[in-house]
Design a protein around this ligand. Structure first.
Ligand SMILES: Nc1ncnc2c1ncn2[C@@H]1O[C@H](COP(=O)(O)OP(=O)(O)OP(=O)(O)O)[C@@H](O)[C@H]1O
Ligand SMILES: [Mg+2]
Length: 86
């Protein structure tokens, strides 16, 4: 039998069922020294959803994205993106 081309296999793996949880943020706290930038933040993003993260100046929006991307490490809680906590 003919083997699938590598590019096709890659496309197949990147597809997700609508509603499947892709990102899970659970009880996250981030501390910069004495400053607690966020406390007990939880959210989920499912395949097919488009969400916005809203908040006033210094609410911790950029910090949240830096935690999700792994640029920053959480002080407490955990973040899972299609896998184990990072
Ligand atoms: N690297 C850092 N070191 C120390 N404090 C930080 C650091 N990054 C962010 N903070 C502090 O954490 C808090 C949240 O900042 P953050 O930049 O995440 O807010 P934001 O919601 O993105 O704000 P803005 O609306 O101005 O973009 C602020 O009090 C900020 O001063
Ligand atoms: Mg910001």
């Amino acid at each position: 039998m003919q083997q699938p081309q590598p590019g096709l296999a890659l496309v197949r793996r990147s597809l997700h069922e609508l509603g499947e949880i892709l990102l899970s943020v659970s009880g996250v706290m981030k501390r910069f020294g004495a400053l607690v930038a966020m406390r007990d933040v939880s959210l989920q993003v499912k395949a097919g959803e488009i969400l916005a993260l809203l908040g006033p100046i210094c609410a911790g929006k950029t910090t949240m994205f830096n935690l999700i991307s792994g640029v920053l490490k959480v002080s407490a809680g955990d973040i899972q993106f299609q896998g184990p906590p990072r």
